[in-house]
Write a protein that binds this ligand. Sequence first.
Ligand SMILES: CC(C)(COP(=O)(O)OP(=O)(O)OC[C@H]1O[C@@H](n2cnc3c(N)ncnc32)[C@H](O)[C@@H]1OP(=O)(O)O)[C@@H](O)C(=O)NCCC(=O)NCCS
Length: 191
Amino acid sequence: MRRRSPRKAAPTWLVGQKVRLRPIEPDDVEMLQRWINTSPAREFIFRRLPVSFEQERDWAANAAVNPNTPGYVIQTLAGADVGTISLHIEGARATLGIAIYEQRYWARGLGTDAVRVLVDAAFRTRPLVRIELTVLPDNARAIACYERAGFAREGVMRRWLWRDGEYCDVVLMSIVHDDWAATRTPLAKRR
Ligand SMILES: CC(C)(COP(=O)(O)OP(=O)(O)OC[C@H]1O[C@@H](n2cnc3c(N)ncnc32)[C@H](O)[C@@H]1OP(=O)(O)O)[C@@H](O)C(=O)NCCC(=O)NCCS
């Protein structure tokens, strides 16, 4: 894990109670490739094949510049890079993906905060009606994290994912704009 990110957040970074979301930079590709190929988080994410430097560079470049696939490095307030969070926006809907790749940072509330911060920014800045995600049914930590961040379970999509030689069920979860609007803090009260 690197600790070379600036400790002081730039004005454009998204800042929560426990994490900051900073833009992905070209220098991050080596770290991102190591994370996705070697982190224990691999057990829970859907991508299983090894990722090349070029593939990771393309993903990072796309996440950095494409307004419909925004992606960020999750960083603790102390400046440690710990994972990534991203959205895939299609029209009024978006799909969220998150992984904290540095395992020692699991279960400290960082994931919940990162999801809240990105969902809040997304609903404020884009005309989205719904943000959804899929998660493995036995990933209890992730499901608890998403529920704390305001997502609701919609159901199980049966035999949705080919994984380790068999089709697996996944849980579909979402937060809709109305859910978010009912709980959000008006900008004026945040200062
Ligand atoms: C999923 C992930 C983003 C969650 O972030 P996190 O910072 O670890 O989660 P949080 O600490 O914010 O919340 C975790 C919740 O699960 C609970 N939890 C922790 N460990 C748990 C476990 N082993 N089993 C069940 N629940 C657990 C925590 O108590 C907490 O709930 P609470 O706040 O109601 O007490 C992170 O753990 C991660 O990246 N894991 C590996 C990759 C992954 O699973 N990605 C998601 C794929 S859909």
